[in-house]
Design a protein around this ligand. Structure first.
Ligand code: ZN
Ligand code: ZN
Length: 117
């Protein structure tokens, strides 16, 4: 059910939203089961998560999580960024710092064009 909600849901879905869908069909489900399932799916590499600045962790099926987000801290607009836009950074971190960064599905905070003016 959780997997179904992830795939059928909107772009990003929060645990609370998944729970609402599951509860419609399984009234006895509880939210801690949803959290536990999401943790498990994360360990298996089937979901990625992102926190887009509103304090709610949101989830993507892993295959749809291959992008990043630019989040405007003023108006809240969220722009998608292709994954390769920061692949240079990954190389720099790896080659100059020997650090293998986990740069999947990031939220980068700042100001959009409108809000900078
Ligand atoms: Zn995303
Ligand atoms: Zn803005």
């Amino acid at each position: 059910m959780v997997v179904e909600a992830l795939h059928g849901g909107a772009d990003h879905i929060s645990a609370e939203e998944i729970y609402e869908q599951v509860r419609d069909r399984y009234p006895y489900a509880n939210i801690s089961t949803v959290y536990r399932t999401l943790e498990l799916l994360k360990e298996l590499g089937l979901v990625t998560e992102v926190e887009l600045g509103d304090g709610r962790v949101r989830y993507h099926p892993a295959e749809r999580g291959r992008h990043h987000h630019l989040v405007c801290q003023k108006c809240g607009i969220i722009l998608d960024l292709p994954e390769n836009a920061i692949s240079n950074l990954e190389d720099v971190l790896f080659h100059e710092y020997g650090f293998q960064a986990d740069l999947r599905h990031l939220a980068i905070f700042g100001l959009c064009t409108e809000c900078r003016n």
